[in-house]
Design a protein around this ligand. Structure first.
Ligand code: NAD
Length: 442
């Protein structure tokens, strides 16, 4: 097969559609291994940044991009007609939920329609965006089979073009694992599709795991994220129960983690964040309805996790009350705005929800996060707030400090020494070996 030969000779031209947290590292990986990569995005700003050799993602260095771009291995364009020049096309566009918490497939469908316009014989298309089982075969396949360039006879999958699903397992800023060192699951529409997809990823990924169909690969990704959502909900529920019993959940998890089998630790927090865990499980909930099945675990986990920011605010009110202070009129400083430590990603961050609830209860709210100097406008929030600088003087001005994201660059000692009261949702102070009777957990 010509495509297989091109892959093995590193002559294959790879197009990546969607140059975000998933697409950009993947493109860099292929380019770094000597492949010609052309990135496509609708966001002009990203294309300009890449052309200038600059990064727009905090944990990806500009030097790396500059080098790859100047080697001529990574290019970026807004011109989607160049899709026809590619041998393999990997789709990494967003799959959010709409306002009714249903899958918003408009990005995937829009991209698939564009590809169908330029599809040419022998091309391989891989969907990486997280989605419900059936997407690749039910939405993408029919569009490509009757793609415009195919004429009346259509294109045959596994013969005229190849189609597969391979979920992304990116964990931004994880020092232990990156795109190339995380095993990759792949499911092809036909055996030929699987063969070429495996050959492509084998060039850059440490291990490829083949499954029998794209729907199995789609379901695998959902299982992984539902597993996390449910287990985080469980530990969040236990946090609330144990707290009433005056038992520290963090100590319990630490002790349970010494069991060498049958237990994997999950940690409580102020609520779910990021583009995956709060969203992906509901792709299955939506699809399961078609089969008259309610996904009770997913819904329950969603309910408990959604409640967590409210729990943190309730705990804050209780603690302030102990010191004869109402939340109304209190100055509250939230530490950490991004959803996860040491990154700048604000998507679905529980800190934004905390700000909303504290404000509704008439607190004066501020935040500090060196990774997020200004809160970005999101679909739901537009706070126009700027990060405050942390000094002994500023820290002492707030009635309450709520640690929401445990960034490594916070001066925990200085904060503990100068704060009036602290609510720690991540056990960050204890992890930094700081104890004080001003610190409460929530
Ligand atoms: N971020 C993660 O850690 C992660 C991990 C695993 C899976 N995923 C999944 O990967 C997919 C992409 O996520 P992401 O985090 O990279 O999103 P992102 O928002 O960071 O990037 C998506 C990019 O696609 C571009 N885009 C949107 N519509 C487009 C179109 N029609 N044509 C070309 N470009 C288009 C956007 O401008 C953006 O640059 C999602 O399905 C997500 O669930 C993400």
């Amino acid at each position: 097969m010509e495509l297989l030969e091109k892959i093995n000779n590193k002559k294959v031209k790879i197009g990546i559609i969607g140059l975000g947290y998933v697409g950009l590292p993947l493109g860099l990986e292929f380019a770094g291994k000597g492949f010609d990569v052309l990135g496509f995005d609708l966001d002009e700003r990203k294309i300009e940044f890449l052309k200038e050799g600059k990064s727009y993602i905090k944990h990806i260095s500009s030097e790396k991009i500059k080098k790859t771009v100047s080697d001529g291995k990574l290019r970026a364009t807004l011109d989607f007609s160049k899709i026809s020049e590619m041998d393999a096309i990997i789709i990494c566009v967003p799959t959010p939920l709409n306002e009714h918490r249903e899958p918003d497939m408009s990005y995937v469908e829009g991209t698939a329609k564009t590809i169908a316009k330029y599809l040419k014989k022998g091309q391989l298309i891989i969907l990486e965006s997280t989605t419900y089982p059936g997407t690749t075969e039910d939405i993408l396949l029919p569009l490509f089979e009757k793609a415009e360039p195919a004429g009346n006879n259509g294109f045959k999958v596994g013969k005229d073009f190849y189609l597969a699903f391979s979920p992304e397992r990116e964990d931004p800023n994880n020092p232990k694992y990156s795109t190339s060192t995380i095993p990759k699951v792949i499911g092809g529409v036909t055996q030929e599709c699987l063969k070429v997809t495996k050959a492509l990823y084998d060039q850059v990924i440490v291990e490829t795991v083949t499954v029998s169909s794209p729907r199995v690969a789609e379901a695998t990704k959902l299982l992984e994220n539902i597993y996390r959502s449910v287990n985080i909900a469980l530990v969040n529920e236990l946090k609330m129960v144990f707290d009433r019993m005056d038992i520290d959940i963090w100590e319990v998890v630490r002790a349970a983690s010494t069991k060498p089998f049958g237990y994997t630790p999950f940690y409580p927090g102020p609520g779910l964040g990021g583009h995956c865990i709060p969203i992906d499980p509901f792709y299955l909930t939506w699809k399961a309805r078609e089969f008259e099945i309610n996904t009770k675990f997913i819904e329950l986990a969603g309910e408990i996790n959604t409640y967590q920011p409210y729990y943190v605010v309730e705990r804050s009110m209780e603690i302030l009350n102990k010191f004869k202070k109402p939340l109304n009129g209190s100055k509250v400083l939230i530490l950490g705005a991004s959803y996860k430590k040491d990154i700048d990603d604000m998507r679905e961050s529980p800190s934004l929800k905390l700000i909303e609830i504290f404000r509704e209860r008439c607190a004066e709210v501020y935040y500090s996060d060196s990774y997020v100097p200004k809160l970005p406008k999101t679909r739901r929030y537009n706070y126009e707030m700027e990060s405050v600088e942390l000094t002994a003087e500023t820290v002492s001005k707030y009635d309450l400090i709520v640690l929401s994201t445990d960034h490594s660059n916070f001066d925990y000692k200085m904060i503990a020494e100068n704060a009036k009261l602290i609510i720690d949702t991540r056990n960050a102070f204890e992890k930094n070996k700081i104890s004080s009777n001003k610190i409460y957990k929530a």
